[in-house]
Ligand binder design. Structure first.
Ligand code: HEM
Length: 509
């Protein structure tokens, strides 16, 4: 009964729909008669704007097409005063996000994810407030290049375990890769070792990630476009919201409380949380409580942001290698020449394998894992090159570039294109704090796999390779879909090296 009345309250009463229509109409009239010069964009329908011209799936493809017509910026607006600016040029993102940080460092508002699921303190979604600054400050020291060097032995061991799993059971390679990346982040943040993917913390965080990716998919909920629908949404989906809120809270609290308990009984292994909790915190924190809360949200942010993204880049690189056997062979020749054929690569080899590093850069350029980066929200009106950008506009850089040709050589050219590591991780104050860890993880995973295995497409019944059509998922993070390939040891000696190195691993779960 109660539910029925809630439903009718939410959607059938004119008390909600009419004000919305009124606001939209007023905004349309206001913008129509304003002589402000907005950035260019596709033609607008009266009243509902032009936002609906952008497809919900793989919007970066349409945006890239629009570059021809509208140039470097595409401005869209919709019902209820929603305004979105897409930047089809990396330099423009630098100009706005890096040179005007006071205007461009907020995040878009997610009514459902932020307000209703309680994720508004998660660093990637958090506004540019005091709490965000405290989290970033801790992240700066905990995720610096020097800090990441301390994790080198862990990264190498995890990459070795991954290679051994690929040798023994190559079919389920996507599962092994995901498990390896969960191992890295759970160990780095909480010192929690993971034997299998049914580990309670892995399961918990995977569930939380599903909730978060759905809730941050732009346009997934009407309440995100019309915050006025927040209460009706909360009432209508009360059970779902409570359940998802609990999942999210558990994913933050349980691993954190686990480390706190270990600290008390003296069994906590070194980790980011253990080290930060051993510190006093400094005077910027109002209380120990505020400090501990900041550590908890930081740790959760790193975990929730750090698995899916790296997974997407590793899979994209492997797909590119399977599709381009000549590039794969060149990377392997380089590894054999520099590292030698009697050992497997280590992180000490990073810097000596320029072609292999160009392969990873080219994978980032060819199909970026976060094609529209994470948005920003203007905190005040701005004017850029004569174009008016209203306060509250959501601004997204489109870093997807048209090119079906996978060519790592372009980065070894005398005049290489802009290095994708300078934009794939974002810009300015909100640049990805996990960049160093991501780059080192991807390097050791890809170098270990390329040294040991030949990666090839699956074959049909007559033994012919099945060609790829390279499909990628849509959403905030984009990764190869339905990707299959074979991993075969390149030689008996390489297979034996993987086995021997795996036998010496000290990682115990
Ligand atoms: C290939 C892997 C990765 C890619 C491509 C990537 C990309 C990005 C991008 C584009 C942003 C938005 C930056 C901006 O707004 O300018 C971001 C933010 C973030 N990333 Fe990453 N990331 C990766 C790996 C990681 C890892 C491994 C971690 C954690 C260990 C991590 C943690 C975060 C966090 C916490 C934020 C939010 C920063 C803020 O809002 O202030 N990322 N990342």
């Amino acid at each position: 009964m109660a539910r029925t009345s809630t439903r009718s309250m939410a959607f059938s009463t004119p008390s909600i729909v009419l004000p919305l229509v009124g606001v939209a109409f007023w905004l349309w009239i206001k913008n129509r008669h304003s002589n402000r010069h907005y950035p260019p964009g596709p033609p607008s329908w009266p009243f509902i704007g032009n936002l609906l011209r952008l497809p919900g799936q793989h919007p970066w493809l349409r945006l890239t097409e629009w570059k021809e017509t509208y140039g470097q910026t595409v401005y869209l607006h919709g019902l209820g005063g929603t305004t979105i600016l897409f930047l089809n040029n990396v330099n423009l993102a630098v100009q706005l996000f890096e040179k005007r940080p006071t205007i461009y460092s907020e995040r878009p508002r997610f009514t459902v994810a932020g307000d209703l699921l309680g994720l508004d303190k998660l660093m990637p979604l958090r506004m540019h407030d005091h709490g965000w600054k405290l989290q970033r400050k801790l992240a700066r020291s905990a995720m610096s290049l020097d800090a990441v060097k301390r994790y080198h032995p862990l990264l190498e061991e995890v990459a070795t375990m991954l290679s051994e799993s690929l040798r023994v059971d190559p079919e389920t390679f996507t599962h092994h890769i995901r498990l390896a990346l969960s191992r890295v982040i759970l160990s780095v943040t909480y010192g929690i070792p993971v034997a299998t993917s049914d580990n309670e913390f892995v399961v918990l965080v995977e569930e939380a990630m599903k909730v978060i990716s759905k809730a941050t998919n732009p346009g997934a909920y009407l309440a995100d476009l019309f915050p006025i629908l927040k209460q009706p949404h909360a009432l209508l989906f009360r059970n779902d919201i409570q359940r998802n809120r609990r999942i999210v809270q558990d994913s933050l609290n349980k691993p954190f409380d686990h480390v706190k308990k270990q600290i008390v009984d003296g069994s906590a292994p070194p980790s980011l949380v253990q080290q930060l909790l051993a510190d006093e915190g400094d005077k910027e924190f109002a209380s120990r409580q505020e400090y501990e809360n900041t550590v908890k949200w930081l740790a959760g942010s790193l975990y929730l942001a750090g698995v899916e993204t790296v997974n997407a880049l590793v899979l994209t690189t492997l797909l590119a290698m399977a599709m381009n056997p000549d590039k794969q062979a060149r990377a392997q020749e380089e590894i054999d020449a520099v590292v030698g054929i009697h050992r497997l690569p280590t992180l000490g080899d990073k810097g000596s394998l320029p072609y292999m590093e160009a392969v990873i850069k080219e994978a980032m350029r060819w199909y970026p894992s976060v094609p529209l980066s994470l948005g920003r929200r203007t905190s005040q009106d701005d004017v850029y090159e004569g174009h008016f950008i209203p306060a509250g506009t959501n601004v997204f850089p489109n870093i997807w570039f048209v090119s079906t040709v996978f060519m790592p050589e372009r980065f070894l050219d005398e005049n290489p294109p802009v290095d994708p590591t300078n934009y794939a991780f974002g810009f300015g104050r909100r640049i990805c704090p996990g960049k160093q860890l991501a780059e080192h993880s991807v390097f050791i995973v890809i170098a270990s796999i390329l040294a040991a295995f030949r990666i090839s497409p699956e074959t049909d019944s007559s033994g012919k390779p099945i060609p790829y059509d390279a499909r990628f998922s849509s959403g905030l993070i984009s990764a190869p879909e339905d990707f299959r390939c074979k991993f075969r040891p390149r030689s008996e000696e390489r297979g034996a090296q993987v086995r021997a190195r795996a036998a010496a691993v000290s990682y115990v779960a």
